[in-house]
Design a protein around this ligand. Structure first.
Ligand SMILES: [Fe+2]
Ligand SMILES: [Fe+2]
Length: 256
């Protein structure tokens, strides 16, 4: 099974580029399942609305995952309405099932889980224990986890903890694609961060001037996302009939 995972889509630029390119990327990679992290896909660069989500689904995403910005434009009920829009299941206020779904594609069935780290980010429920609880109820061989976290060590430790029990642990949130994609000894594919869909001339997708002002003066600024050329980052994970990963490769498509 070929799983195309796209990292954090940032703002109107990122969303527009994704919408223009997703059908082509799905064909190019022969994607059976397409997962997109949409926590920044609103034009503001934070959160996601119903219309942002429906645009992304319309272009071929099967599941949209989230992160620490999931609640910026929505409340928890948003995530109960559509089972294929996920927010981290370990949020303190998450309702059962908000961060887990099963996609039945006829030939294939896969579960997608969204969890969030706790280091250098809001401290929600421990994702390690949460994963154990979720896996007791998941009845699929192919299981993909979007682990939305800041700390590289927490991401790697979590991936090794899940190794052999899920097909892939794909890190999101830092918006920088890492060069460490690999298959762990138990057959779980892992990358610390899938990267983002955003302008290259930006600070993680945010306009440079605003990001510099925030870092220099520590002043709260209203972020605005950057326009211009950039890239669509993600990974392709291939799994066998038992749900073990047999390949993981980076996706990095430039747009002009
Ligand atoms: Fe993000
Ligand atoms: Fe995030």
């Amino acid at each position: 099974m070929n799983i195309l995972f796209i990292g954090d889509v940032v703002g109107s630029n990122g969303r527009r580029r994704l919408l223009n390119n997703l059908p082509r990327l799905k064909r190019q990679y022969g994607a059976d399942l397409c997962i997109v992290n949409g926590e920044n896909s609103n034009e503001s660069g934070t959160g996601i609305t119903r219309s942002d989500a429906s645009d992304i689904f319309a272009r071929g995403a099967d599941v949209i995952t989230g992160g620490n910005h999931s609640m910026r434009r929505a409340d928890i009920s948003f995530y109960s309405e559509n089972e294929y829009i996920l927010c981290p299941q370990n949020l303190l206020y998450a309702e059962k099932g908000c961060g887990v779904c099963t996609v039945d594609m006829g030939r294939y069935t896969a579960a997608v889980i969204n969890l969030m780290g706790t280091a250098f980010i809001e401290n929600h429920k421990n994702p390690f224990f949460r994963l154990d609880e979720i896996l007791k109820e998941v009845d699929c061989k192919t299981v993909i986890v979007d682990f939305h976290a800041e700390s590289t060590a927490e991401k790697a430790a979590f991936a090794h903890y899940a190794d052999g029990r899920v097909s892939a642990v794909i890190g999101t949130h830092t918006h920088v694609q890492t060069n460490d994609e690999r298959i762990l000894p138990g057959g779980t594919a892992f990358i610390t961060d899938a990267g983002a869909v955003c302008a290259e001339n930006s600070v993680l997708g945010v306009s440079v001037d605003l990001a510099v002002a925030k870092q220099k003066y520590l002043k709260p600024v209203k972020f605005c996302t950057a326009e211009g050329p950039g890239y669509i980052c993600g990974v392709l994970v291939q799994t066998d009939r038992e749900g073990k990963a047999v390949n993981i490769e980076k996706v990095h498509a430039e747009f002009r």
